[in-house]
Ligand binder design. Sequence first.
Ligand SMILES: NC(=O)c1ccc[n+]([C@@H]2O[C@H](COP(=O)([O-])OP(=O)(O)OC[C@H]3O[C@@H](n4cnc5c(N)ncnc54)[C@H](OP(=O)(O)O)[C@@H]3O)[C@@H](O)[C@H]2O)c1
Length: 243
Amino acid sequence: MRTAIILGAKSDMAKALAVNLAKRKVDLVLAARNAAEMKPMKMELETAYHISVSLVEFDALNYSSHVSFMQQIPENSDAVFCVFGFLGNQELAEQNNKEMLKIIETNYVGAVSILELFASKFQQQRKGIIVGISSVAGDRGRQSNYFYGSSKAALTTYLSGLRNRLRVYNVQVLTVKPGYVKTAMTAHLQLPKFITATAEEVAEQIMHAIDSNRNEIYVLPIWRYIMLVIKLIPERIFKRMKL
Ligand SMILES: NC(=O)c1ccc[n+]([C@@H]2O[C@H](COP(=O)([O-])OP(=O)(O)OC[C@H]3O[C@@H](n4cnc5c(N)ncnc54)[C@H](OP(=O)(O)O)[C@@H]3O)[C@@H](O)[C@H]2O)c1
């Protein structure tokens, strides 16, 4: 890996990923809204790890800007980490079409719009790594977060198709299902400690999964079993549960 792009670079997971990549001497493009605010992060990474870090403006919902975004990244870019996401407010989204569309579009349409451009680039250069942060919420729809969950389910399916398409072009596509993670997104939630990862654990597991050429990971392995049990509950029972 020579140059990695981190989309949604201000997120806690992205920051942990940036440090892990910098330790491997990978040059970085930190892409986010109001990217200039990441100047201190750029300087810290450049000074500590002697790598090149550039900041590029990126808004997942500004679809028409995505082609020009690609023109601003280095030619030798060979990895992309799609980290941005929007949990939103389920109750508000049930009343308010704007919130609902923002959840769906950020997590799915925005991700597909930009990742397709990376897919074409990596296919052409016959080399690349695409990492998408999806969610266990996409494994089964629940009343408490089905807009977010369904958008992540769509993202998981998209990444699966992309993996199938790009395998012959030497492009790894990794789907990451973090489970609960202590970040700004979940700061307002009381999360059970034993099934909650840190952003640093997520980043380490992603790097390990890249090295072992994995397709899909649950960051804490226990989540694979939790979701297996949840998926096995018959729908006639599941629909009565308060989840
Ligand atoms: N935390 C969890 O428990 C958990 C669990 C499963 C999956 N995930 C997923 O993990 C990823 C990282 O989340 P996190 O927990 O680290 O949350 P976070 O700190 O809240 O980060 C989310 C990031 O997404 C960015 N973003 C939102 N809308 C955007 C847009 N239109 N264009 C560009 N960037 C946008 C935000 O940018 P701004 O700084 O500009 O607002 C923010 O930096 C997300 O995909 C999330 O869905 C999180």
